[in-house]
Design a binder for this molecule. Sequence first.
Ligand SMILES: *Cc1c(COP(=O)(O)O)cnc(C)c1O
Length: 220
Amino acid sequence: MPSIADNIEKIQSQLKNGTRLVAVTKTKPVEMLLEAYQAGSTIFGENKVQEMAAKQEVLPKDIEWHMIGHLQTNKVKYMAPFVSLVHSVDSLKLLKEIHKEGLKNNRVIDCLLQIFIASEETKFGLSADEAQEILTSADLAQLPHVRIAGLMGMASNTDQEDQIRQEFRGLKQLFEAFRQYENDQVQMRELSMGMSGDFQIAMEEGSTLVRVGSAIFGSR
Ligand SMILES: *Cc1c(COP(=O)(O)O)cnc(C)c1O
C-alpha cells in the first residue's frame, strides 16, 4: 500500500504551476497529519472548527490551517486567532462574525465565497447573484477585518467528466467576472476547486487550490 508520503509526492508531481495542495485532514488523527507534514505538506484543510483548533494546538506552528466546511457563527471565535483561509463563506452574516473576531484578534482574515455550482440539492453555497450582492454591498466596506480572496466550489458528485468540467469552467468565468469588483478588500487571487476525484480537471480549468483528502489519507 502506498504511504501518505507516496501519495503526497504523486499529487505534488501532478500539480500545475501556481496550484497548491490543501491536504484535507478531517477525521484523521494527528499522527497522520504529522506524517503528511514531514512529507512536505504545510496546508491542512478541516471541516470542523473544534477539531481543527485541537489539532492546531499540538502540531507545528508553520502549518496553514484552512477551514473548508460549513461554518456556524458561534464557532468562528475558536479559529479566528490562527486560521489562514476560510473557504466556506456563504453569507454576509458569517462575514460580519469573522470580521468581529478578526478585530478582537487584531488581524485580517482571508475568506473565499463558496459558490454553489453542483446539480445536487444538498451542497452549501451562494448563487452567482448572491455572491455579487455581497461583493457590492456597502456593508462589506464596514468589515475591514475580512478580505475576500477568491471563490470556492464543489462540482457534482458524478462520473460525468463533461459535467464536472462545465461546472468548474463556470466558476472560473465567475471568478474572472468578479475582478471588476476588486479593491483593497476584494481580490480574486484564489480559486479553490477540485477534490480527490476531480482535481486534475479542476486544475485544467484554472484552480489555484485543490482540496485533496482520501487520495492522500485513504477513505474516511
Ligand atoms: C472532505 C472534503 C474534501 C476532500 O474530499 P476527498 O474526496 O476526500 O478528496 C474537499 N473539500 C471539501 C469541502 C470537503 O468537505
